[in-house]
Design a protein around this ligand. Structure first.
Ligand SMILES: Cc1cc2nc3c(=O)[nH]c(=O)nc-3n(C[C@H](O)[C@H](O)[C@H](O)COP(=O)(O)OP(=O)(O)OC[C@H]3O[C@@H](n4cnc5c(N)ncnc54)[C@H](O)[C@@H]3O)c2cc1C
Length: 294
């Protein structure tokens, strides 16, 4: 009998270490899933949109909770919470758009429990991190009992709520190169309270001697998978010229990349509204990346 709001009966395991979690995952196979902060999975289980026989709790595995710099790479353990990311001085110094992405997730309760690995594995098309990490060229380290593989975030996310992760695998780490871009912008449109974003725009650019050498834009909230766009039209231009022509370049690039694609639309924002907002907020992200730079 279905009792509204309660998940179906299942077996619960608490992993005591990373190797224990991988062992459990290989045992239960497709019959189970891991739970990290539970901020997406628990609501889905309670609404009975997710049916599981086995739940493996990985939240207590401290081996996967860290922020560090190794050479030119910022490394974030998958179980690092949104609040830890928002408050981390190393991230604020090196990748400020990620700080902003984390700060603008929901509210303190959600940020205190939710994890970066859980957010990426859940792959909500309007999740805060996706556009920021995609433009920054983030890679994921994915592990199972047999070993490790690496995958670009832009290839990891296949569609809304769909990734290339296998039942026996875990997202272990998010790696962000720090030597590729030196200017970042992040702009987000949200309703009030702890609502999900409507549109998110993130920009990573390489700027030097007053010239924009490279610029890429990520846009979430309008398509099933966030858009990743090279802003070729503003590359090679002075910052002033790039800013002057940015809106034209953004509009043309977004229109081109959504051709033949169904846009997201719901009771909070129609597809037309989302598209218009995406273009405006993309310009804001470009301005915040390039503004004040020389
Ligand atoms: C009220 C509310 C408001 C929210 N608002 C926002 C918002 O504004 N912006 C935003 O981006 N998000 C928002 N969220 C979602 C939130 O960011 C979640 O924390 C996040 O999506 C999931 O992280 P988690 O650790 O809670 O994962 P869980 O809910 O535990 O798991 C989610 C999925 O990921 C899988 N998973 C978890 N960890 C791993 C791992 N390491 N490896 C492989 N698979 C894994 C699970 O099996 C499950 O399928 C909101 C959530 C709530 C409840």
């Amino acid at each position: 009998m279905y009792i509204g709001g309660y998940p179906r009966q299942l077996r619960y395991y608490r992993a005591s270490s990373l190797s224990h979690a991988l062992e459990l995952l290989s045992e239960v196979g497709e019959e189970g899933k891991v739970i990290a902060g539970g901020q997406s999975l628990m609501p889905m289980m309670r609404l009975r949109m997710s049916f599981l026989n086995n739940l493996i709790d990985i939240y207590g595995i401290n081996e996967l909770r860290y922020v560090k710099i190794d050479g030119n790479t910022l490394k974030i353990g998958a179980l690092t919470t949104h609040q830890e990311i928002a408050m981390d001085p190393t991230i604020a110094r090196n990748m400020p758009m990620l700080t902003r992405a984390a700060w603008t997730i929901a509210d303190l309760q959600v940020r205190n429990r939710g994890t970066i690995g859980g957010s990426l594995a859940h792959a909500d098309p309007a999740a805060n991190y996706l556009p920021a990490l995609m433009v920054a060229d983030a890679e994921l380290s994915i592990i199972d009992k047999a070993g490790q593989r690496r995958v670009r975030l832009s290839n990891f996310m296949l569609d809304s709520y769909t990734t290339d992760i296998k039942p026996s695998e875990l997202v272990a780490e998010v790696d962000i190169p720090l030597d590729r871009y030196n200017a970042f912008g992040y702009s987000i449109l949200k309703r009030g309270g702890n609502a999900f974003p409507i549109v998110i725009a993130a920009v990573a650019a390489k700027v030097g001697n007053g010239v924009v050498h490279e610029a890429r834009l990520g846009v979430g909230g309008i398509t099933a998978k966030p858009l990743l766009i090279e802003l070729n039209d503003i590359e090679g231009k002075s910052i002033g010229d790039a800013l002057n022509s940015a809106q034209r370049s953004i509009d043309a690039s977004i229109d081109e990349s959504i051709k033949g694609t169904r846009l997201l639309s719901d009771i909070h924002a129609s597809d037309r509204y989302r598209l218009g907002a995406a273009k405006s907020f993309s310009l804001e992200a470009v301005k915040s990346a390039l503004g004040g730079r020389s």
